[in-house]
Design a protein around this ligand. Structure first.
Ligand SMILES: [Zn+2]
Length: 103
């Protein structure tokens, strides 16, 4: 299904990444089998990027940003996480997450 772009006159975007179509962080990370500990803006989970035994991955629930305090894996949103975890390029990851519109 096509959705309308925000009205911007004739300045149609040159690419089709739709950040607003990304899944929210809680839903996404649950689907990625991360189990969060804590209740604040930042939650902790076992890091999937190294053999973690104590929850070392910190995730900002509002934005999906993540950073591992042990192995240093980090990124700014669920898209960055998906690319890193599954070895995907930007467009592949955006497609996989339903955030790429083929124009
Ligand atoms: Zn790690």
């Amino acid at each position: 299904m096509r959705r309308a772009y925000p009205t911007r006159g004739l300045n149609r975007p040159a690419f089709a990444f739709r950040r607003d179509w990304l899944p929210d962080a809680v839903t996404y990370y649950r689907e990625q089998s991360l189990k969060f500990i804590g209740r604040g803006a930042w939650r902790s989970a076992l890091c999937p990027f190294h053999a973690d035994t104590t929850p070392s991955l910190r995730v900002r629930i509002e934005t999906g940003a993540f950073r591992c305090m042990v192995c240093g894996a980090h990124g700014g949103d669920v898209l960055a996480f998906h690319m890193l975890r599954h070895g995907l390029r930007f467009i592949e990851a955006a497609r996989a997450l339903g955030a790429w519109e083929d124009v």
